[in-house]
Design a protein around this ligand. Structure first.
Ligand code: ADP
Length: 249
C-alpha cells in the first residue's frame, strides 16, 4: 500500500520566492490498484511522479510504501527502494544502441545481476509482453507500440511492487493505445503489480483504472472509485475532462 500524506513540493524561483507545484497531496493506493492520476498540463503531475519515484525530495509531507517512510531514505536504502518502482515513460526512453534484450536487462545490470541470470529474466519478460522473438533487434526496428512493450518489460525487470506510468500512451495511436492498456491490465492481474498511471486522457482512466484522483492547480480536487466519479463528477475540472461541460464554460 502507498500512503501519501500532505505531500508538497515548492521550487525556488528567481525573485527568491517559491513556486508550489504540488500542495497537500493525500492519496492512498491499495495493493493491486490501477490508480489513475489525471489533470491538465501544468497541474503538477510530473512533480508528483518525481516525488513518488524518489527522484525529487518533497518540501513537506510523507510517502509510505508498505508502512515504510521513504522520503527519509538515503544512499543504499534509496537505491533499493527505487529498484522496487518500475517506470514507463511517454517516449519509451530506450537506449538506441542496445538490443531489445539488453535494454530489458539494463536495470539488472545496474543492480549487479550476472549476465546469464539477467538474460534469462529479460527473455522471460520479452515473452510476457509478446516480443519473445524480437530480442536481437534494436529499438529503431520496432514500432512505437512495440517499443512501449519493451519499456514495460524493462520496468518489470527488478520484480517491482509498483509501476509508475507517466503518460504511457500519449505518443501512440488509438489502436496501439488499447493494446498497451490491455497489456498493463494483464500484467496487473497476472503479477499483482500495483500500477499508477499519470495521464491527461480520461479514456485511459475509463479503460483500465479502478480508482482515480483529479489534480488541478497543484492540488487533488477529487478522488475515488472510477465508476462513481464518472457517474457523479463533483468538480468543474472533472466535468471538463469528462467532456460534460465545455472548456469555455
Ligand atoms: P504537469 O506534469 O501536470 O504538466 P508539472 O509537475 O510538470 O505539471 O509542473 C507543475 C508546475 O510546476 C508548472 O507550473 C511548472 O512550470 C512548475 N515546475 C515544474 N518543475 C519545476 C522546476 N524544476 N522549477 C520550477 N518550477 C517547476
Amino acid at each position: 500500500m502507498i500512503e501519501i500524506q500532505g505531500l508538497t513540493k515548492a521550487y525556488p524561483v528567481k525573485d527568491g520566492g517559491a513556486f508550489t507545484a504540488i500542495e497537500g497531496i493525500d492519496l492512498t493506493v491499495q495493493d493491486g490498484d490501477i490508480f489513475g492520476i489525471i489533470g491538465m498540463s501544468g497541474a503538477g503531475k510530473s512533480t508528483l511522479v518525481r516525488c513518488i519515484n524518489l527522484l525529487e525530495q518533497p518540501t513537506a509531507g510523507s510517502i509510505r510504501i508498505d508502512g515504510v517512510e521513504v522520503t527519509a531514505a538515503r544512499g543504499k536504502d534509496l537505491l533499493a527502494l527505487r529498484r522496487k518502482i518500475g517506470m514507463v515513460f511517454q517516449k519509451f526512453n530506450l537506449l538506441m544502441q542496445r538490443t531489445i534484450l539488453d535494454n530489458v536487462a539494463l536495470p539488472l545490470e545496474i543492480a549487479g545481476v550476472d549476465k546469464e541470470a539477467r538474460e534469462t529474466r529479460a527473455k522471460e519478460l520479452l515473452e510476457l509482453v509478446g516480443l519473445g522473438d524480437q530480442g536481437s533487434k534494436y529499438p529503431a526496428q520496432l514500432s512505437g507500440g512495440q517499443q512501449q512493450r519493451v519499456s514495460i518489460a524493462r520496468a518489470l525487470a527488478n520484480h517491482p511492487s509498483l509501476i509508475l506510468c507517466d503518460e504511457p500512451t500519449s505518443a501512440l495511436d488509438s489502436l496501439t493505445t488499447n493494446s498497451i492498456l490491455k497489456l498493463l491490465r494483464d500484467i496487473n492481474r497476472k503479477l499483482g503489480v500495483t500500477i499508477i498511471i499519470i495521464t491527461h486522457e480520461i479514456s485511459v482512466v475509463e479503460k483500465i483504472c479502478n480508482r482515480v484522483a483529479v489534480i488541478d492547480s497543484s492540488v487533488i480536487v477529487e478522488q475515488g472509485d472510477v465508476a462513481e466519479i464518472m457517474a457523479h463528477p463533483k468538480e468543474e475540472i472533472t466535468k471538463k475532462l469528462l467532456g460534460e461541460v465545455s472548456w469555455d464554460a
